[in-house]
Design a binder for this molecule. Structure first.
Ligand SMILES: Nc1ncnc2c1ncn2[C@@H]1O[C@H](COP(=O)(O)OP(=O)(O)O)[C@@H](O)[C@H]1O
Ligand SMILES: [Mg+2]
Length: 228
């Protein structure tokens, strides 16, 4: 589904991601793990087209999308739940959910099926997004991404700042999303949470791949995370 090869990206003179390669198949969950500043969000921004890489290629379903703008990638099936959610805070939940409809991808996810997946959104559809709790806002951001009917869903630290019970609720929907054949790439700072959720992990350390694979031990992953 998604094939990334030799990806290098950064901000001006600063290289934040160096020579990263990974593949992600339909129905798989890849967890990208790494400390603050490791380049996790940079990777997701580069995949979704918010950042142009200085080298490397990104392929979706065999097609090179490296140079396509973000809105075209959204139409081809890449959806990002960005770090910090980035909702339209003065709009209602339902208005936020309707934003990706303009991308015009048909699929399983409609307002009705998203409300069924996340009933708390259904109850709050007329509420102003900025007034919601962190967990409710995160659910809104996930619902919005699903309405784009993505083939690849990118989740950037969806658990950040949420209480453990709320984190469990947010991640509870992932199996339902995978069942639709969607591939999920998630960024998570909690190593144990990430390993529970994923079929394979990819550790970044200062912008480089420090470890990648499946069936790794928590100890190996922690070592790759901290670099010692
Ligand atoms: N908009 C930006 N401008 C300049 N540097 C940035 C920007 N965003 C991130 N960085 C830098 O790039 C590196 C990687 O950041 P990021 O990808 O956000 O890390 P992570 O998501 O793993 O915490 C860090 O050193 C960070 O300071
Ligand atoms: Mg980040």
């Amino acid at each position: 589904m998604l094939e990334i090869s030799g990806l290098t990206a950064g901000y001006g003179q600063m290289t934040a991601l160096r020579d990263v390669s990974l593949t992600l198949g339909a129905g798989e969950v890849l967890a990208v793990i790494g400390a603050n500043g490791a380049g996790k969000s940079t990777l997701l921004k580069t995949i979704s087209g918010l950042l142009v890489p200085s080298s490397g290629t990104i392929r979706l379903g065999g097609e090179d999308i490296t140079r396509l703008p973000a809105y075209v990638r959204a139409r081809r099936g890449i959806a990002l739940v960005p770090e910090g959610r980035k909702l339209f805070r003065s709009l209602t939940v339902e208005e936020n959910l309707k934003v990706p409809a303009s991308a015009g991808r048909a699929g399983t996810w409609t307002l009705e099926s998203v409300y069924e997946l996340l009933p708390l959104l259904s109850d709050r559809r007329a509420r102003i997004a900025g007034d919601l709790s962190g967990g409710e806002q995160q659910a809104t951001a996930i619902g919005r991404a699903l309405l784009a009917n993505p083939d690849v869903l990118l989740l950037d630290e969806v658990s950040l700042g949420l209480a453990p019970a709320v984190v469990a609720q947010v991640y509870e929907v992932v199996p339902r999303i995978l069942a639709e054949g969607t591939a999920v790439l998630l960024v998570e700072q909690d190593v144990h949470q990430a390993m529970r959720m994923s079929t394979s992990v990819h550790c970044l350390l200062q912008g480089r791949t420090s470890l990648t694979g499946s069936d790794l031990s928590a100890e190996e992953v922690s070592r790759a995370y901290f670099g010692y």
